[in-house]
Design a protein around this ligand. Sequence first.
Ligand code: FES
Length: 144
Amino acid sequence: MENKGRRTFLKDTCKICVLGAVSFSVADFLASCGTTQKGFKTTVDDHKVTVPLTLFDAGNAQIISPKNYEYEIAVQKNPDNTYQALLLRCTHQHNPLVPTGNGYLCSLHGSQYDKTGKVKKGPAEKPLPTLQTETTATNLIIYI
Ligand code: FES
């Protein structure tokens, strides 16, 4: 009887340790990828998101976080001053993606995408959707 209690204790303790280790590993992984950084906050107005072009003075790759919108948008400024906007929505089952530093990760079933939106690892099969953009003198407009 005493042995059974000890076995149960050890079994339960090991489960907690494994859960702790997994949680630590995921948190560590995300932190190492810079995912603790928040995206540029903005609003959606008439299916459009407006971002000041000066945002890209801080770097050519920016994450946009529209308020009250389920998905973030990754915007890359190209050397020819054009922009590519990717909707960070998994093409498998529409889960929001997390930036990893060298691409994007879906936490639901593990799909991975590179920075250009191509699938690196399934189960997703299709690349990330590209959003139409337009520039004005001072802003980048992203159509969602
Ligand atoms: S929803 Fe992203 S991998 Fe399934």
